[in-house]
Ligand binder design. Sequence first.
Ligand code: DAH
Length: 347
Amino acid sequence: MGDIHDDVSRIEALFRSVLSTADSVEALQGVRVRFLGKKGEVTSLLKQLGSLPDDERPEAGRVLNELRDSMERSLAEKTRQYAGAQVTAREREEWIDVTLPGRGRPWGAFHPVAQVTQEAIDIFVSMGFSVAYGPEVEDDFHNFEGLNIPPHHPARDMQDTFYLENGLLLRTHTSPVEVRSMRKWGAPLRIIVPGKVFRRDSDQTHTPMFHQLEGLLVDENISLAHLKGCLEAFVNRIFGRPLKARYRGSYFPFTEPSIEMDVECVACSGRDPGCRICKGTGWLEISGLGMTHPNVIRAGGIDPVRYNGFAWGMGLDRIAMLKYGLNDLRVFFEGDLAFLNSKGERR
Ligand code: DAH
């Protein structure tokens, strides 16, 4: 061992320069190992103390211990700085404000036609009707023939039908479910049939697919008064206030007599000659209806002498349009989310 003071100043200078370039907690740990570790520069000098002459040993020991302590202090000091800085940087990066409300997800909403359908179901169910469904792909018998519409009956032209290649068709109304239900459950019977129907028709107020709600009641001694009571109660509830109703004679092959029901205009109550909803007539067509034709009761497998009944069919999209004050039916089926969110009720 040469002059201990030379070694100490050399090691100390080296330590200071290495220390000054160490810029992380990990680098500082490396410096520590290099100088103070088991095989470190200072450690190996300390190990050589034993071989010094007795009179030099205490002084050399003191100097080396001092060096080691000062290195420890410098390292500890700088490590504290870097550890603090690293924690601060990480905290800044990972900081979250736990008091902020969550991001949330947009709520879905029911389509206006779905809402009106559900409301209509609720109203008629409260009067004791059950909900029946039938196939959208129908056969000629249920869609036409069983409803007293024979093959060459002009009423078939009223409905522009989508025929399928296999002789089946897309139902043009919900009325086929009348015959299906009578055959299934017999009399007495009280059903409503909400569902999709299809016609080759497309303009501002017609879409190739739309929604109807059919009703059928079969029992003994049924009269038109029963039907008027049901429909007027329905109209008042779905539009939320009592509305004047009127009835006009009409023609449907499956009812006799056949009638159409109008209600006072929900927008102007007949007071605005320029009203775009009722076109100034003051009245809105709401439903076709009538006393079920005995041939239809018979096609349903029920005795038309003992039983009679009434039926009606109304457009659910049309009721939704009136309820929401729209004059273009097509918006219902374009899937425009801005429109749907503005009309969609969240439940
Ligand atoms: N099925 C008719 C249509 O789609 C609507 C209808 C009218 C149904 C009178 C009925 C009814 O049950 O009695 O135009």
